[in-house]
Design a protein around this ligand. Sequence first.
Ligand code: PDD
Length: 278
Amino acid sequence: MKVIWGKEIIDRDKVNIDFEDRGYQFGDGVYEVIRIYNHTYFCVDEHIDRFFTSAEKIEMRMPLTKAELKALITDLLRESAVKNGSIYIQMTRGNASPRDHSYPSQDVVPLLTGSITASERKIDKMKNGMRTTLEDDIRWLRCDIKMISLLGNIMLKHEAHKKNADEAILHRGDIITECSSSNVAMVKDGAIYTHPDGNLILPGITKIVWKSCAEKLNIPVYEQAFTTEELLNADEVFISSTTKEVMPISKIDDKTFDVSKKGSITRLLQSCYEKEIV
Ligand code: PDD
């Protein structure tokens, strides 16, 4: 298997990462997940832009340009036999031994790695919906940075899994923010509501795509906060992410939603999204 390591594409077994790499010791790094459909990447420029923005927010210097990164990703894709799947890229602040919390000097070179994994679209869940639970958003206050320190997110996803659900919908106090690895939106009286971008959520790329679908379909979108009570009284709820696309929600804790209705707003967004990817 070929992977990105620094500015090269090499065999995975040649990768040699020091145990004092700051990604390993501090979770000091940023990442992206980019979807591949039919040997082609989807929204690659948007993901590269967000990757650079995340790095900038933690004052991490990028050792390559956006064009160089795109060329590397393109080369990796060309080397790979994967038809449908995801590209994972991450950049850590590099190895600045000995271990020290302070940011190292700018001569420490950040470490880029990247790989491709095969995975099919979650067609069954997209049809039948995902089950979710409501969980207290225990994460920090910079959820806009797509960083590799994901302990809060994985603890919350684990809570959902323990309750036999697929995903955790998060709330701070009364307000719904996002999910452990997706954005969330609700539909009420023909309009879509979703939490505004800012420090409490990740600005999703999939959200950009479904928002443009909603615009084409003349469905109003309000990026404004809503409460758990409003969510539970919604007509429809869906979540979105690179790997889940537009995903209907069939259950939030004990509350069920009928996802079989044809012509619902979630279904309209799903078919519009599908046209974007093929
Ligand atoms: N997760 N919010 C969080 C916390 C996420 O981790 C993600 C994506 C999203 C949706 O972002 P996008 O539409 O750009 O994928 C929202 C990725 C897929 C992951 O960590 O695997």
